[in-house]
Every structure is written in C-alpha cells, then in structure tokens.
Design a protein around this ligand. Structure first.
Ligand SMILES: O=P(O)(O)OC[C@H]1O[C@H](O)[C@H](O)[C@@H](O)[C@@H]1O
Length: 286
C-alpha cells in the first residue's frame, strides 16, 4: 500500500488562508492553490525544493502570486491589440492568475497522483475567444507534469515557472539555439551565440522554436524542463533595478530564482491549446 494522497490545506508558507491542495506520491510532494491553479511547491525529495515562492508574495486584492508557477492566459504580457480592441486597461498575463478555479477531478493511484482544475471564460474583451481553460497536475515519483488544455480560439498561454536557485550567478540554462526576441532591448531580434545562457544582467528573452528539453544547471544540481505544444520559451530574471521596483519581491530576491517559461505566443492560430511542462529533478551533480 502506498501513502499517496491528496489533502486539502488552508494556507501555505506565509500565505495564510490560501486554499491549497497537497499532493504526495512516494517521496515527492507538490502544493497547488485553487487561486490561479498556481503551483507553489514541488519537492521531488523531502529536502529538495525546486520552486521559488517570494517571501513577500501576496494574494489578496486581485494580486497574482509572485513565484510558483503562474498560469498566463489568454494573453501573455501586456495584451496585444488582437485581445484588446477597445484599448482598455487590462492586466498583464491575462485574467486567470487572480481567479479561483474549480477542481473537477482528483485521482490517486500507486504510481501517480493527479488533480485537474478548470475555469470557464468570463466575458473576455475580444471575440473568437476559447470557452474554458483546464490545468492538470500529475505527480509521479520521477516528475511533475503541468498541462494546460482549452478549446479553439485566439489565445496565448504560458506556464511561468519560477525555479529556486542557490545563486543566480551560478546558473546556466541549455541547450539554447536560434533566434530570440530581447524584451530588454525593445523586442529586438538576435541569434543565440552559445548553447548556454548565464545570468549576468536583466534577462527577458523570448526564444522562438526552442528545444523540447531544456536543462537548468547550478553548482550542485540540475533540473530538466521538458515541453510540448509550445512555440517559445521565455527566460526571465529581473535583476537589481527591476527587482527593487517589484513590491512583492525582496530587493535581493532576484538572486534566488530564474524563470523558464513554456509558452504558446502565436497570434495566427486558433487551434485548441495543449501546453505541457514537465519538471524532472536530475539530482546532485558529481
Ligand atoms: O510581474 P508579472 O506580471 O508577473 O510579469 C513578470 C515577467 O513575466 C515574463 O517573464 C515577462 O517576459 C516579463 O516581461 C515580465 O516582467
């Protein structure tokens, strides 16, 4: 008999009263909130946390949680004109980060623990919008898999994962190739020169046509990030000045995480969404 389980819990870390579900599969645990269907923690082993949550994150008053894995949908970043025909003031990264989602399925087996959240689209400011979004979290002993699904319609989406690191100065993400748009340089297009990206300044890059697998390596350990259904991966670290400007991040908080985001950003397709990010701990490095 396994001790695999799903348990409801009120609050996680300093986020008192936040409604959460704790999943356990063998030694692995994950914590996800129904607010934003927001993953807050993934520990493949008891003492190993892979996800960063800002100690200054808040969730009341329509604020998205800083850290974890925010779900960006149905647009990414500031809403493009296609999503915003009336040029309204719209939230960054869409509308589902600050909504409560419904749990529609839970299952616990010997090998996998799974929970599925769903949210129906409220009135969106544009036509040709999809009607729902669902997020499935699958936890096994070997990996955590997040999957976003929705029906047809114009939509962008991202699993905006914040990975915790010992020091941003000792992190690299590989294997990167091809073109990227550099949002730090007004979206200008560049070609990646090295297969590895190291963080030495603000990074906000949209890599187009990225590999299906990326590796986040730091001094002591490594994490594999496998993706499907994406047309881009976004790498982000706000660095010193932007971190200081973010109210819900400590000034030196930028040292403690990098974001590796699996995204679908195309504005020229209305195909149903199926976006997957799988996180696998590769363990201690020799
Ligand atoms: O502050 P947020 O709305 O959560 O956005 C945080 C960041 O998300 C993504 O990584 C974008 O590429 C960045 O431009 C943005 O600053």
């Amino acid at each position: 008999m396994s001790n695999n389980s799903i348990t409801e819990q009120s609050g996680f870390a300093h986020l008192t009263d936040l409604p959460c579900y704790v999943l356990q599969c063998g030694q692995a645990t994950a914590v996800i909130s129904s607010y934003g269907a927001h993953l807050l923690s993934y520990k493949p082993e008891a003492e190993v946390e892979l996800i960063y949550l800002s100690p200054e994150a808040v969730w009341q008053n329509n604020t998205p949680i800083r850290g974890g894995v925010p779900v960006c949908w149905p647009w990414f970043g500031p809403a493009a004109a296609e999503f915003n025909p009336k040029a309204q003031k719209l939230p960054n990264h869409g509308v589902v980060r600050t909504e409560f989602w419904q749990v529609i399925q839970q299952s616990v087996t010997e090998t996998e623990v799974r929970i599925e959240f769903r949210i129906a689209t409220k009135e969106l400011p544009y036509t040709n919008a999809p009607s729902y979004l669902s997020l499935t979290l699958q936890l096994t002993e070997a990996a955590l898999i997040l999957t976003l699904n929705s029906d047809q319609g114009l939509q962008q989406a991202a699993l905006h994962s914040y990975f915790t690191v010992d020091s941003v100065h000792q992190v690299s993400v590989s294997t990167l190739a091809g073109a990227y748009l550099d949002k730090v340089k007004a979206g200008e297009r560049f070609d990646q020169q090295h297969p590895e990206l190291k963080f030495t300044a603000e990074v906000d890059r949209v890599y187009l046509d990225t590999a299906d697998e990326l590796t986040l390596e730091q001094a002591k350990n490594a994490v594999q990030i496998a993706q499907q259904g994406h047309d881009a991966s976004v790498l982000w670290n706000p660095w010193i000045e932007k971190a200081a400007a973010l109210k819900d991040l400590p000034d030196d908080g930028y040292l403690d995480f990098v974001c590796v985001e699996t995204a679908r950003l195309s504005l020229t397709t209305s195909a149903p969404l199926h976006l997957v990010q799988q996180i696998r701990y590769l363990g201690q490095l020799e």
